[in-house]
Ligand binder design. Structure first.
Ligand code: UT7
Length: 353
């Protein structure tokens, strides 16, 4: 029987026009171009233009390019999978906003909340629908507008300098071409470290997991759990993302090689067979560490964090599309996408192009 696999038929990305350099950030917080470059490799990033770009609109722009390159129309798409941590609304999710932006029919729109691993999780979900023959054209999007929720005071500098905005999209389709398409993938999580990189407040946890009940009204003041921002949160500034950077770093450099090797082994390959690794663009130092651990050459790893910062769910589709546009991914290449991030969640997807 012919085997059906998932292939990427078209890709696109959208980056907001507003370029923000390290020196621009140094004007509003205590940081420097030297520190940011040395610790992260980042030189500049893009920020959305207010009243113009949102995760949904950027995702829709990236999707238009992916749809065109796949040689289909918006009406051929039969499922949207939308990954973001910086959604336009708390609910509904961004998938339906993309569906509206693109004027699509009443197709399903699924939202994925797996942060830096969002695109890998989305791809593995898409793969199930493709291999079972349920859908023929799935639009997978990763899109982020981090700048809308960062702390631009010195207090938030360890998080803020890393992140950037942007979107990437792919159309995935079935292929029966021998040996081509998604050969292996794996996804993982470890919720023990959920708060090590998190945006918790306001949230309906009401302090249960953080044990900081003081940020929430007492039962006498407010009998119900509240999602609202409280005066105490305002006072303490406890309504921004927080990250234990060194702890995340340590786990990332362990999980990246593990997940990459897992996909390679499942598909019957070794690291020597790999033509291109597209790592989630978390920190150039993490990518370099992984490259060294796996003994890959510079030509086998694609990085663009220098220009765009860490765009979370968008970073893999942007980097993949850019590498492909530059001719660095060719027909028949073995390409691995890999991510690690908040949750913790991580995973990889291995394609024969
Ligand atoms: O994509 C999701 C996954 N996220 C990641 O993978 C991020 C992983 N972690 C990292 O990339 C790094 O831990 C960071 C880039 C966030 C931080 O780099 P680091 O080398 O781990 O620095 P650190 O947090 O240990 O801080 C070292 C020093 C501290 O000062 P003291 O205590 O030594 O005086 C920080 O306060 O650097 C200070 N610092 C800064 N200084 C200037 C932290 N952020 C900044 C900053 N500018 N932006």
């Amino acid at each position: 029987m012919t085997q059906i696999r998932t292939k990427i038929a078209g890709m696109g990305y959208y980056l907001p026009k507003n370029v923000v350099t390290n020196d621009d950030l140094a004007k509003v917080m205590e940081t420097s171009d030297e520190w940011i470059k040395e610790r992260t490799g980042i030189e500049e990033r893009r920020y959305v233009t207010r009243f113009k770009d949102t995760p949904a609109t950027m995702g829709a722009e990236a999707a238009k390019i992916a749809i065109e390159r796949a040689g289909i129309t918006k009406d051929d798409v039969d499922l949207i999978i939308f990954a973001t941590l910086s959604a336009d609304y708390f609910f509904p999710g961004g998938g339906v906003l993309v569906q509206r932006e693109l004027g699509m029919g009443t197709i399903p729109a699924l939202d994925v909340r797996n942060q830096c691993s969002g695109f890998i999780y989305s791809m593995t979900i898409a793969d199930q629908f493709i291999r079972t023959g349920t859908y023929k054209n799935i639009l997978v999007i990763g899109s982020e507008s981090h700048s809308a929720g960062l702390d631009f005071s010195t207090r938030g500098r360890n998080v803020t300098v890393i992140f950037g905005d942007g979107a990437g999209a792919a159309i995935v389709q079935p292929t029966t071409e021998e040996g081509k398409g998604l050969l292996a993938s794996n996804i993982h999580s470890d919720g023990r470290y959920a708060e090590k990189l998190a945006f918790m407040n306001p949230g309906s946890h009401s302090g249960v997991f953080t044990k900081d009940f003081s940020m929430y009204p007492t039962e006498e003041e407010e009998p119900y759990a509240s999602l609202m921002i409280t005066p105490k949160m305002m006072e303490t500034g406890n309504y921004y993302p927080n990250m234990d950077g060194p702890f995340v770093f340590k786990n990332a450099v362990r999980r990246f090689p593990e997940t990459i090797m897992e996909s390679l082994t499942t598909a019957g390959y070794t690291i020597k067979d790999l033509d291109m690794l597209i790592p989630h663009q978390a920190n150039l130092r993490i990518a370099q560490f992984v490259q060294k651990t796996l003994q890959l050459t510079d030509d086998q790893v694609y990085n663009n964090i220098q220009k765009y910062g860490n765009t979370t769910a968008a970073s893999i589709p942007i980097a993949l599309c850019e590498a492909w546009e530059q001719g660095k991914i060719k027909d028949g290449d073995l390409v691995c996408l890999a991510a690690f991030g908040s949750g913790f969640t991580w995973g990889s997807a291995l394609f024969r192009w």
